[in-house]
Design a protein around this ligand. Structure first.
Ligand code: HEM
Length: 215
């Protein structure tokens, strides 16, 4: 239950964050003002950050605990992986760990801004706000950085697509017709999230989104 509920909290964040980021396609005015509004939340922003951090820690702690319990329940002999286990289900730990590594890198990249020396050279936008728009564009002009983002988003979608079916099982929803249908919707949402996030570095690399200021 805890893994399922914290999973839903994190997915809601991922969807909200995606909608915020997609404003890059509406221009610097939109996304810079959105980022400024978030920063203006002050103490409330820190409360949200703390809430998300607790959700991530609980999600990881209880998945490790579940994995240990499952192994113990299987007994001492080595059983083969069930034939039906999908690629996504067998790689939950691997995808989860790479997503965690991505989040550390991503915070250093765009929140603390210590990985790209060019970000420090960016001037404020005409309304004296930090130019998040140009930061994102310059950030994704680096092919290796963009490739890592796309890989992380792919693993995130894989993780979410399996998480969707586990979620309904955890809630004890075992309806023959409804459960597979809901799991299918979950998988579609996971891959829409992938397309949404990936569209940003891809658009930058294709030159469809250009920086608002020159360095
Ligand atoms: C193309 C993909 C993504 C882009 C362009 C992007 C963009 C950004 C930007 C610009 C910020 C800094 C906001 C600011 O300080 O003004 C940020 C913060 C953050 N992003 Fe992302 N992001 C992406 C994917 C993700 C994903 C997949 C996750 C989680 C799985 C994530 C989690 C976070 C977190 C936790 C923060 C810190 C929020 C805070 O300030 O507390 N991001 N992102």
């Amino acid at each position: 239950m805890i893994v399922a509920v914290t999973g839903v909290i994190l997915v809601l964040f991922v969807i909200g964050h995606l909608l915020g980021n997609l404003q890059i396609f509406l221009g610097p005015e939109w996304i810079n003002s959105y980022a400024q509004h978030l920063r203006d939340l002050g103490g409330f922003l820190w409360a949200i950050r703390l809430f998300l951090l607790i959700a991530v820690l609980l999600h990881i702690y209880y998945t490790i605990w579940l994995a240990i319990e499952n192994r113990r329940a299987r007994g001492s002999y080595r059983e083969r992986e069930p034939v039906k286990a999908s690629f996504a289900s067998r790689h939950m730990a691997m995808s989860g760990l790479i997503i965690l590594a991505f989040i550390f890198y991503h915070l250093a990249h765009f929140t603390v801004r210590v990985t790209d020396p060019r970000f420090a050279l960016l001037k404020a936008d005409p309304l004296n706000r930090y130019d998040v728009y140009s930061m994102m564009v310059y950030g994704f002009q680096n092919v290796i950085v963009s490739a890592f983002y796309v890989l992380a988003m792919f693993l995130l979608a894989l993780h979410l697509s399996h998480g969707a079916s586990s979620f309904f099982q955890s809630l004890g929803l075992n309806d023959k017709k409804l459960t597979p249908r809901l799991a299918r919707i979950g998988r579609v949402v996971a891959w829409l999230i992938f397309i949404g996030y990936t569209s940003i570095p891809v658009a930058v690399l294709l030159g469809l989104v250009k920086p608002a200021q020159q360095l």
